[in-house]
Ligand binder design. Structure first.
Ligand code: HEC
Ligand code: HEC
Ligand code: HEC
Ligand code: HEC
Ligand code: HEC
Ligand code: HEC
Length: 440
């Protein structure tokens, strides 16, 4: 019964998306929209006589005829590969077997490697103190992907500042698996309309024209989006942000940084699930401006400080060379020609002190997927020094108030291979990139 029912739905759905797919290029999988159905769906849970879904026998079908026990397991079937030395293009997770104790996750995408969720660190801060811990679950968005060993958050049941259920968190909470949201030539975004020609995320990609659209940034869900399997009132009210990533976005930053040109709208997008975070009440809650209104960097000359700040004690920086990928900002624009030219020709450009509205936003401090630090932070904000004695880690010391249980390899990877020598020998957390006018 169930099988037949689903087949019918698939057929009718196919007619609406097939046009979009037909005009795309062959090289990529999603092509900014719905990829080949067979990449994610199977009609009988059987391929060459073997069950595709490890947790159900061949012949029986999983939910939505998916090639995995749940939606995120389907995604990880391609987005994680065991044995991958990394960093590799679109891979966003490292297999457990590739990161035994002492070895960090390997992918260095702007969103971050979900493998950090499986890394728990413990250390003793001072003589006689009890051990402290940084649990894996606190390193980012926990997924439900049971074929790959990812489970719901054990500390939070809903999104802080909102009410999205943690038990339903997965890739498709944020990304539309069918990539329906698209950007048109006039900059507007909708769920249907002119067919999608390719991904709209990359600097080298095409722009929409009068006949065709491109996919929104990273296939993210827009207004009205929620997975069909999730009941209740969780549909998004904000569209995806304007942003452009470089064509090669998963790479070591040991020599040069990876610049995503965040344009505008990221904080609103996160507020689809975190409406009131850093905004309202709670006496102990950290409140910080985080958008193009209250968070403008030109307020209190913060743009100028960002541009001057190289590291603690060194304020000799200049705007053209000021960008730090560990503290990105939003440019305050949605013009794709400008965003693309920043990615390709002026990737180290800092915030303007005279024009546009550059702003602090959620991803100035957090990574969208996961990181090596608590609260999915881009740097360790739970220590008083991210570098001590010229080093990220004090791995051989019995007491580790600063490095906090991460060895050199792990800490350096969590900083995307940027060497500790890039910073001051005693370096504060990176709030100072914007607040160097502060208490020093
Ligand atoms: C059959 C393999 C395969 C599966 C299954 C798969 N992906 Fe992908 N994904 C790719 C490849 C290849 C790329 C890079 C090229 C491209 O964008 O198509 C990619 C790219 C992406 C991107 C970046 C796209 C852009 O336009 O910037 C996102 C986001 C993404 N995948 C999410 C998902 C999610 C969510 C799922 C599960 C619902 C999923 N993928 C399932 C192969 C796959
Ligand atoms: C909480 C929302 C959220 C969840 C959950 C999520 N993503 Fe993402 N993803 C994003 C955002 C936002 C970006 C853009 C990050 C940036 O540019 O800084 C992104 C970026 C990506 C990219 C481009 C590379 C990168 O990391 O920047 C891929 C591929 C991708 N996601 C796949 C996945 C897959 C596969 C899953 C599940 C295993 C997943 N995402 C879960 C929000 C999410
Ligand atoms: C689809 C809903 C959804 C969206 C969109 C979303 N989040 Fe979340 N977020 C959650 C849920 C649910 C939790 C709690 C469960 C967890 O941590 O896995 C959470 C937890 C977090 C945490 C705490 C992580 C931890 O390890 O304690 C941070 C930080 C966060 N989100 C930041 C963001 C940022 C930044 C964005 C935008 C890029 C974003 N979220 C978008 C649902 C969402
Ligand atoms: C990247 C993976 C991916 C691809 C490619 C994909 N689907 Fe899906 N599909 C999913 C996931 C995940 C769900 C479950 C969504 C949920 O939880 O509501 C789904 C659900 C569905 C449903 C149930 C209704 C709904 O929209 O939730 C239909 C029908 C469907 N897919 C048809 C298709 C067709 C037709 C194609 C090819 C044009 C296709 N899918 C390609 C991942 C994919
Ligand atoms: C200036 C840096 C900064 C910005 C900008 C920022 N955050 Fe945070 N966020 C933090 C820090 C630091 C924490 C750690 C918790 C604390 O100190 O209260 C945190 C904690 C969180 C948590 C976990 C709260 C909990 O109860 O565990 C969520 C969720 C979150 N942030 C989401 C967001 C979202 C969504 C945005 C954008 C609207 C955002 N943050 C903007 C720095 C920032
Ligand atoms: C990307 C730049 C940026 C970063 C990084 C940043 N801030 Fe801010 N911060 C701002 C801006 C912009 C304002 C608003 C200034 C104004 O209105 O005059 C602000 C305001 C503040 C305020 C005053 C808040 C109020 O309501 O008046 C505090 C306190 C603060 N930041 C602390 C922090 C801490 C702690 C961190 C690190 C966790 C941090 N900031 C990281 C840009 C930043």
């Amino acid at each position: 019964m169930r099988h037949t029912h689903h087949k019918l739905v698939v057929m009718s759905f196919l007619t609406t998306v097939v046009i979009a797919v037909a005009s795309g290029k062959a090289k990529a999988f999603h092509q900014g929209g719905a990829g080949e159905c067979e990449g994610c769906h199977t009609m009988h849970n059987s391929s060459e006589g073997m069950p595709v879904t490890p947790n159900s026998p061949a012949g029986s079908v999983g939910t939505y005829l998916l090639k995995g026990s749940d939606a995120s397991s389907v995604c990880l079937g391609c987005h994680q590969k065991s044995g991958d030395p990394g960093p590799t293009s679109f891979h966003v997770s490292t297999a457990d077997t590739d990161m035994p104790a002492g070895s960090p996750p390997r992918q260095l995408t702007p969103g971050g490697d979900f493998g950090w969720l499986n890394k728990t660190y413990t250390w003793i801060p001072t003589l006689g103190a009890s051990p402290l811990t940084s649990p894996g679950d606190k390193h980012g968005h926990n997924l439900v992907a049971q074929d790959y060993g990812y489970f719901p958050d054990s500390y939070k049941t809903t999104s802080p500042g909102g009410f999205y259920p943690a038990a339903n968190m997965g890739c498709t909470s944020c990304h539309d698996p069918h990539g329906r949201y698209r950007r048109f030539a006039d900059g507007s975004i909708a769920k249907d309309g002119k067919p999608i020609k390719e991904s709209g995320s990359l600097a080298g990609g095409q722009e929409p024209d009068t006949q065709q659209s491109v996919g929104v940034y990273r296939l993210l869900g827009g207004v009205g989006y929620k997975p069909g399997s999730l009941g209740g009132g969780f549909a998004f009210i904000y569209n995806p942000p304007a942003a452009v990533a470089p064509d090669t976005y998963n790479r070591s930053e040991s020599l040069t940084q990876t610049r995503v040109a965040y344009g505008s709208g990221m904080s609103d997008w996160c507020r689809n699930c975190h409406a009131n975070i850093h905004k309202d009440s709670g006496p102990t809650q950290f409140k910080h401006p985080a958008d193009s209104n209250a968070g403008q960097l030109r307020r209190s000359n913060i743009s100028a400080y960002y541009d001057k700040y190289v590291k603690d004690g060194d304020l000799t920086g200049i705007e053209s060379n000021a960008y730090l990928s560990l503290v990105p900002f939003e440019l305050g624009i949605a013009n794709y020609a400008t965003l693309k030219s920043i990615v390709t020709t002026t990737p180290t450009l800092g915030p303007s002190t005279t024009s546009d509205s550059p702003a602090v936003m959620c991803l100035s401090c957090h990574r969208a997927h996961a990181s090596g630090w608590d609260d999915s932070m881009r740097w360790n904000n739970k220590t008083t020094k991210i570098v001590h004695n010229g080093k990220y880690s004090q791995e051989s010391d019995p007491f580790q108030p600063f490095g906090q249980g991460r060895n050199t390899l792990e800490a350096q990877k969590a900083y995307y291979d940027i060497p500790a020598t890039f910073f001051a020998g005693e370096q504060n957390p990176l709030c100072y990139k914007c607040h160097s006018s502060g208490t020093k």
